[in-house]
Design a binder for this molecule. Structure first.
Ligand code: E4P
Length: 221
């Protein structure tokens, strides 16, 4: 399973890239606004730090402008994945860009029917938002199960399921059990993945017991 980080905070991206566990990055207009950075420069910088797909979202909502924006974003670096909304115009842009070899991430997916359309439009990634579905009383993970099942039934679909709006480690574990290809995860949740109180407790005991031996591995003959 691939891990993308869901942030436009360059310091966080650098820090997490250093773990060696990061396969890509997703941004969206809200995250870019929060960063306070120039969008194009930010994407260029992120593409240097992380070699995997870096999602950069168009700002317009009409076909012609979205297409021009997408073409401009795609020129920043080879690993840019242009992000478009799941609308009729967005999917037209997805088809046009994908046909020309640009990776496209179709965002704001909330139904399996929408995910089928994105696959037919040649999307590299479909982004179903699990947390936002949970927020309105629908089980977001049911959508992931449905999309994974449908895509598996049609090997001609090359679209990867990119689980988005991840709020906690259980979302990630459930998505992995279902065979989702990618999860985009906020930095805070990535750090939570490491944690278990028994790991901390066990390590403290081993450190204390090792000190009782009076030995050091590096100085040992
Ligand atoms: C995905 O590409 C989006 O940036 C993101 O996952 C949205 O998450 P949120 O619902 O926590 O804003």
């Amino acid at each position: 399973m691939k891990f993308f980080v869901d942030t436009a905070d360059i310091a966080e991206i650098k820090d997490l890239a250093a773990t060696g566990l990061l396969d890509g990055v997703t941004t969206n207009p809200s995250l870019v606004a929060a960063s306070g950075k120039n969008f194009l420069k930010l994407i260029e910088e992120v593409c240097h730090v992380v070699k995997g797909p870096v999602s950069a979202e168009v700002a317009a909502t009409d076909y012609a402008t979205m297409l021009k924006e997408g073409q401009k974003l795609a020129k920043i670096a080879k690993n840019v994945a242009v992000k478009v909304p799941l609308t009729p115009d967005g999917l037209k842009v997805c088809k046009a860009l994908s046909d020309n070899g640009t990776m496209v991430n179709v965002t704001l997916c909330f139904s399996a029917a929408q995910a089928i359309l994105a696959a037919k439009a040649g999307a590299a990634f479909i982004s179903p938002f699990v947390g936002r579905l949970d927020d309105v009383g629908q089980d977001g993970m049911v959508l992931i199960r449905d999309i994974v099942q449908i895509y598996k039934a049609y090997p001609a679909f090359k679209t990867e399921v990119l689980v988005a709006s991840v709020r906690h480690p259980i979302h990630l574990v459930e998505a992995a059990k279902m065979g989702a290809h990618v999860a985009t995860i906020p930095p805070k949740v990535i750090r939570q993945l490491y944690s278990h109180p028994l790991t901390d407790k066990g390590l403290a005991a081993f450190v204390a017991d090792w000190q009782k031996t009076g030995q050091t591995i590096l100085d040992a003959a």
